[in-house]
Design a protein around this ligand. Structure first.
Ligand code: G3I
Length: 355
């Protein structure tokens, strides 16, 4: 090509590009609905995910298809908790959790580990076992070493300690804190790091997303753990929100920023936005705004790299069972139709400039 034709070629390439951009803008809505959360997140180097239950994975084809199409990270909703993994003291039952891992691996998705140390879903043999503190300490060590060891290199991040702070901002009184004292938290992280030095280790809790007594206490805990050299890499903000009382997004943004300033990675780990039923168009639109604003608050902070909802379809949400009269908390409805919240998430991802 001659110099002249090269020069001529430039404006025509430019106008082609402009035309393309204009058509992207005018077709924004179609393009937005044409993509998936997964492809949009991938383009940003971002993880978007959902928690998954084993039962519908095996029985409901739309469940598996939607998960694989829309998400690049999964959390096992129940299968990796203490009770299902430890039917007896001597036996570890990995089969169910392994099936979720296999599904994730088969579809090129990452898997988060949830959760090693929690006061809920503990087996009777443990809580009623009349163990001494030393025995409980040994059981905790064995649990963390065996479970993380089993998944080393295959589970990239762990919710090591879950919900250790109570709603008043104190240390939650639990089986673990009663038996081992407050230092069980540091012990758990130290054991987890030794069991898999590559895994991202998180403290995971609810109700500490905006500013307030609980987020203050969580921030203080993490700052002191970091200060003592305890190997903690990040925080999981569970984010179980109510449509009628959403957190102030300016506070959420400030909280995320201060956690990032501690050098912590931030993961949104269990988002849902429940509403008083019946649902209607206005409520679903308002819900979509919360989903969008929350994802935006994460996307603008480099350390916030993961956005996971607790389930993804209203068909299998935990909400109606735990909060009767509430529901419709997730981005897909009971028939796997994309709700306004879904489109809001997709738009937020497509409009982000992380890369
Ligand atoms: O495993 C038994 C099963 O053997 C039995 O047949 C069945 C009969 O109801 O119950 C099964 O256990 C249930 C378990 O989910 C597995 O389905 C429990 O009753 C039920 O209480 C349990 O609920 C889970 C809850 O954690 C436990 O507190 C929810 O599914 C799960 O979504 C929820 O998840 C938690 C996160 O782990 C931590 N953050 C809060 C979040 C919501 O509560």
């Amino acid at each position: 090509m001659s110099k002249k034709s090269k020069l001529l070629a430039f404006p025509s390439t430019l106008s082609l590009l402009t035309a393309l951009l204009v058509s992207i803008n005018t077709l924004g809505q179609e393009l937005e609905t044409g993509g998936t959360l997964r492809s949009a997140a991938q383009a940003q180097g971002f993880l978007v995910g959902a928690s998954a239950e084993l039962k519908p994975l095996g029985t409901d084809p739309a469940y598996a298809q939607t998960l694989a199409r829309e998400y690049n990270v999964l959390t096992a909703a129940n299968a990796m908790k203490f009770e299902p993994l430890r039917p007896t003291r001597s036996r570890f039952a990995f089969a169910d959790a392994d099936k979720i891992l296999d599904f994730a691996a088969a579809h090129g998705m990452k898997l988060r580990g949830h959760t090693l140390v929690w006061h809920d879903q503990l087996p009777r043999w443990l809580v009623d076992g009349n163990f001494s503190s030393d025995e409980v300490s040994a059981i905790l060590r064995e649990h963390i070493e065996t479970v993380i060891g089993h998944y080393r290199g295959r589970v990239y991040a762990w919710d090591v300690v879950n919900e250790a702070i109570d709603d008043q901002g104190g240390l939650r009184q639990t089986f673990w804190s009663n038996m081992l004292g407050s230092d069980y938290i540091a012990q758990a992280f130290t054991l987890a790091r030794a069991a898999d030095p590559q895994a991202t280790l998180l403290y995971n809790d609810y109700g500490g997303e905006a500013l307030g007594v609980k987020s203050e206490a969580i921030y203080g805990l993490l700052k002191s753990l970091k200060g003592r050299g305890v190997p903690i890499d990040g925080i999981g903000l569970q984010s179980h929100f109510l449509l009628e009382q959403p957190p102030r997004m300016s506070e959420v943004a400030a909280n995320i920023r201060r956690l990032a300033a501690l050098g912590l990675e931030i993961q949104i780990t269990e988002l849902d936005v429940r509403m008083l039923m019946p649902q209607n168009e206005k409520k679903l639109e308002d819900q979509a705004q919360i989903y969008r604003a929350y994802l935006d608050a994460c996307l603008v902070v480099a350390n916030c790299n993961t956005f996971v909802t607790w389930g993804f379809t209203d068909k299998y949400s935990w909400i109606p069972q735990f909060f009767p009269g509430n529901g419709a908390a997730l981005p897909f409805d009971q028939a796997y139709r994309q709700k306004p919240a879904y489109h809001a998430l997709l738009q937020a991802l497509n409009n982000s400039h992380r890369r």
